[in-house]
Every structure is written in structure tokens, then in C-alpha cells.
Design a protein around this ligand. Structure first.
Ligand code: 5AD
Ligand code: SF4
Length: 441
């Protein structure tokens, strides 16, 4: 057996890709290990979304080069691969800066890894694949060999929105959807391997349009698969929130009441400069319609503070929007320049100290909302899907429909089951509760 170490940076789509790369390499005799020391192959599956991503990768590669040299001295070989969005963006620059790298493979090309490895071994040279063969890779990926209780399934990739701050349209290419057949096959395979929840992934997952199916129709079909109890999807764009998807939140009982719908800013001036293609009121009206369909839906978003030109008044408009909506949780970032994106050359870049202060104020408000949302569950009985043992071995970790983690004393036979839990308290990162059945027994 050869040892494979995969380090994943960034989003859930990268986590999905990393698992697929490991599956692809298993037939070549690679088994995963949890440290790079002594590994026969190391893959860095990189993310390019925010600043310093590439720099972090180069410093990690510097450390790996030493391990590679040690392995060579001992008579072995360590193949070093850079995958993901930094690979796509930097390409040949990576081997120029760090010659210890053997393989550079973009997010659309990693199905060619087995062949690339053979070429690297044969030719003792660097092998580079950063084409965009739209979705070809999915046809070449093996069926899942195992599955967690909650499983990721990529259904859509790429983005045509071109928000002016974002690299994704350049590193992941244009919007492409997999066929419903291929997705349903993979969902059935995951269910057979033990998945009880499917999380549909895509950079713009609600733009899904494989063979003219909408995401709502796909969710309906997946709801019919034996064993699947819950369906989620992420990440969505406000412009692609179709009527049938909004309706599905009220009609498809397996579709969880949770929606990650990034708005980025509450200021129309900033939204325009970001090329978001919607106003803050468009977003508010959309949320109103979604809440009409599913009143208890938990909302989350991404926010950027300190976008070029953002004034105090613009920032306050963001705080007002957050105040008005009420989020269950959210992600927030300081704007960072991404080379090659339009916003990176805009005038009126915002000083770092202003960004820091705005981020701090925004995060305080968001955390207050998160705690309020979590506290609103205390005393309620909620269905929890149990996913794994908690660190405390007598406890299980599960999730509410709203994706909140819950810790409960219970037997491992509950893993993969949904059971009613009475929520008793909240700590910083989790809810805690008691099983109802056990009480009755
Ligand atoms: N600066 C800061 N945040 C960014 N994001 C994307 N690009 C940038 C950038 N240049 C954030 C957005 C997006 C999330 C995935 O990352 O909020 O929704
Ligand atoms: Fe990036 Fe905007 Fe596309 Fe999201 S919608 S991936 S932020 S360009």
C-alpha cells in the first residue's frame, strides 16, 4: 500500500473533490493517511478565493520539499501535486517557483490524475493539466466507495455572474450542470453506502439546469430515493432563486428549512459596483417570499466589508439590512484584492483599519443574531439527524433542520437516524439536549 496525504483548503466543493481524488487513486494502491511525513503522494487541494491563498500554498510547498528530500534520501519517492483553484490560476508559475512540485492539476482536470502520475513517473518531469473540459471529469470518476451520514454531491460548477471582487468565474469556468441521471445515480450509490442526508453543491447551485431540470425538480427526485431523509443545497445566488425552488421549501418535506443566500452588502451603490445584479430591496422582497413559503427557514449569508468606495453610510446600510432580516448565522470577510478581478484596480480602496473596525461591528451584530436564533430553540422539541460520536464518547453529535449542531447522550445505534430531541441549553458553538424516546423508556 502507498500512502496518500490530501490537504484541503476552502469550500465544500473542494472537500468533495478531495474525496473523489482519493477514490480515483485507491485502485493505484494509495490509501489515505493523516500526515504528510513519509507519504508517497501529497496533494494540496487549494483555494484562491481570498488573499494570501497562493502565498500560503508556496510556504506549505517549501515545508513539503524538505519531506520530499528526506524521503528521497531514504530511497523512496514522494510525488507532490497542487490541485484546485490556485493550480488553475497560477498554472506553470507553480513549478517555476517550486520545482519540487511534480503535478499541477486544475479543478476540471483531476480525473486525469492516474494518467498524470504515470507520466510523471515515466518522464521524471512536471505534468500540468488545467483545461476546462466542461464536466467531462464526472463521467470518469469512480462510484463512491463509502459515505458519511451527510454526503456532498456536486451537481453544478462554475459561475457566470462575474461579481467584480471574485476569482471563481476565472478559476472554475462558466456555469455547467451535470445531468439529472448521473446525479441521481450518485445519490442512490451514496444512500446505499449509508448517506441519510445529501448536500447538493455548486458555486451557483440554484442556477442548476441539467437537461432543463430545475434544482427544485432535482430535489423532488432525490427525495424519492430510499434512505434519504434530508436534502440541502449550497451556495445560491439571489438572481437564480426560482419560483419553484421557493415553493419547494414549503412543499418538499425533505428539503431542510435552511438557505445560504449571500447578499454581500446592504448598499445599492456597493451592490452595483460589485455587479451583483440586484438591489437591497430586491433581496428583502425575495426573503419575504421565501419566508411566506417556509416561515421558519434559517437564513445565512456572506458579507464583504471595505469593498472599494464603501462609505460609512454604505456600511450602515449593510447593518440595517442585517437588522431587518435576522440571520441564523453568517460569514463575513474584509474585502481583499484578487489579481485579475475588476475591483482590484478600482480607486478608493479602503484602509485596513477601517475594514477591521467594520468587520468587528458586523460580526458583533451577526453573533448576537446567531445566539438569539440558537436560544429561540431552547425548550423546543426538534428532529435531529445523528451524524457521529461526539468527542465525549458517551455523546452523539447531530443536527437540527436548521443545521445547528446538537450534543445528546445516546446510543451509537442512533447514528443515521432522526430522533426527537428536547433542546435544553446552548454553549458557544453547540446546542445540548435530551432524547425524548429515552425519557419515555
Ligand atoms: N474579498 C473578500 N471576500 C471575498 N469573497 C469572494 N471574493 C472575495 C474577496 N475578493 C467572499 C464572498 C463570497 C465568499 C465565498 O467569499 O463573500 O460569497
Ligand atoms: Fe463569485 Fe459572485 Fe459567482 Fe459567487 S456569484 S462565485 S461571488 S462571481
Amino acid at each position: 500500500m502507498k500512502k496518500l496525504f490530501v490537504k484541503t483548503y476552502g469550500c465544500q466543493m473542494n472537500a468533495y473533490d478531495s474525496a473523489k481524488m482519493a477514490d480515483l487513486l485507491a485502485p493505484l494502491g494509495y490509501a489515505q493517511t493523516d500526515a504528510p511525513d513519509g507519504a508517497d503522494m501529497v496533494i494540496l487541494n487549494t483555494c484562491h478565493i481570498r488573499e494570501k491563498a497562493a502565498e500560503k500554498v508556496y510556504s506549505e510547498l517549501g515545508r513539503l520539499r524538505t519531506l520530499k528530500a528526506e524521503k528521497a534520501k531514504a530511497g523512496g519517492q514522494m510525488l507532490l501535486a497542487v490541485a484546485g483553484c490556485v493550480a488553475q490560476a497560477e498554472g506553470a508559475e507553480i513549478v517555476a517557483r517550486q520545482p519540487a512540485v511534480d503535478l499541477v492539476v486544475g479543478p476540471q482536470s483531476y480525473h486525469r490524475l492516474p494518467e498524470m502520475i504515470a507520466r510523471a513517473a515515466r518522464e521524471h518531469g512536471h505534468v500540468l493539466e488545467t483545461d476546462f473540459p466542461a464536466l467531462e471529469k464526472f463521467d470518469s470518476l469512480p462510484a463512491p466507495m463509502e459515505s458519511g451520514i451527510s454526503a456532498f454531491l456536486t451537481v453544478q460548477e462554475g459561475c457566470d455572474k462575474f461579481c467584480t471582487f471574485c476569482v471563481v468565474p476565472y478559476t472554475r469556468g462558466s456555469e455547467e450542470s451535470r445531468s439529472p441521471d448521473a446525479i441521481l445515480r450518485e445519490a442512490r450509490q451514496l444512500a446505499e453506502k449509508g448517506a441519510r442526508e445529501i448536500v447538493l453543491l455548486g458555486q451557483n447551485v440554484n442556477a442548476y439546469n441539467g437537461e432543463d431540470w430545475s434544482l427544485a425538480r432535482l430535489c423532488d427526485a432525490i427525495a424519492g430515493i430510499e434512505g434519504i431523509k434530508r436534502i440541502r443545497y449550497t451556495t445560491s445566488h439571489p438572481r437564480d432563486m426560482g419560483d419553484d425552488l421557493i415553493a419547494a421549501h414549503g412543499e418538499n418535506p425533505k428539503l431542510m428549512p435552511y438557505l445560504h443566500l449571500p447578499v454581500q452588502s446592504g448598499s445599492d451603490t456597493v451592490l452595483e459596483a460589485m455587479n451583483r445584479q440586484h438591489t437591497s430591496d430586491d433581496y428583502r422582497r425575495l426573503i419575504e417570499r421565501i419566508r411566506k413559503s417556509r416561515p421558519d427557514i434559517a437564513l445565512t449569508s456572506d458579507f464583504i466589508v471595505g469593498f472599494p468606495g464603501e462609505s460609512d453610510a454604505d456600511f450602515e446600510a449593510t447593518l440595517r439590512l442585517i437588522d431587518g432580516i435576522g440571520y441564523a448565522t453568517a460569514f463575513s470577510f474584509k474585502y481583499s484584492k484578487r489579481p485579475g478581478t475588476p475591483a482590484s484596480t478600482m480607486r478608493k480602496q479602503i484602509p485596513e483599519d477601517v475594514k477591521v473596525a467594520r468587520l468587528d461591528a458586523l460580526q458583533k451584530l451577526l453573533l448576537k443574531q446567531q445566539y438569539a436564533f440558537d436560544d429561540s430553540q431552547i425548550g423546543k422539541v426538534v428532529p435531529v439527524l445523528f451524524e457521529k460520536r461526539a468527542r465525549d464518547q458517551h455523546q452523539l453529535m447531530g443536527r437540527t433542520p436548521y443545521l445547528q449542531p446538537v450534543h445528546v447522550h445516546g446510543d451509537v445505534s442512533l447514528l443515521g437516524q432522526v430522533a426527537d430531541v428536547k433542546i435544553e441549553k446552548r454553549t458557544a458553538n453547540s446546542l445540548h439536549g435530551a432524547l425524548l424516546q429515552e425519557r419515555r423508556a
